[in-house]
Design a protein around this ligand. Structure first.
Ligand code: AMP
Ligand code: ZN
Length: 114
């Protein structure tokens, strides 16, 4: 999409701090980190949220999670642990409408509901 920030990272119209790239997936640093380590992983093909992604490009789910798995193993983040989050819509707190997966780690994260 021409007016999408993350599509501009994919096309390299804008620069970002890439941490992972393959044919279908891009990983880059979040500009406002919410944990010591905070990365965003996206499928290069534009969809607006996870529900559109599973409907339109279900194979991208495996591609993104494989990339996250490879990246976190190479970084050793899997040893200490990490969290993957995707937000959808207003109540989910989504602010960028190109499906993305937050990878958070590098420190103890708060648990849900305890
Ligand atoms: P969400 O609120 O789930 O839509 O997440 C959007 C994320 O994109 C936030 O964590 C932002 O900090 C991040 N973000 C916004 N602008 C940029 C940018 N230029 N480069 C990298 N991350 C960004
Ligand atoms: Zn996009």
């Amino acid at each position: 999409m021409s007016d999408c920030l993350f599509c501009k990272f994919v096309s390299e119209e804008l620069e970002t701090e890439k941490v992972y790239e393959d044919e279908h997936v891009l990983g880059f640093k979040d500009i406002y980190p919410q944990a010591k380590e905070h990365y965003l992983f996206i499928a290069k093909e534009h969809t607006k949220n996870i529900n559109e992604l599973v409907t339109q490009n279900p194979e991208d789910i495996a591609r993104v999670y494989s990339a996250i798995s490879q990246f976190t193993r190479e970084k050793g983040l899997d040893q200490s642990g990490f969290r993957v989050v995707t937000n959808l819509g207003k109540y989910g707190g989504q602010t960028i409408f190109h499906t993305h997966f937050h990878v958070l780690g590098g420190e103890q994260l708060s648990s849900f509901g305890s």
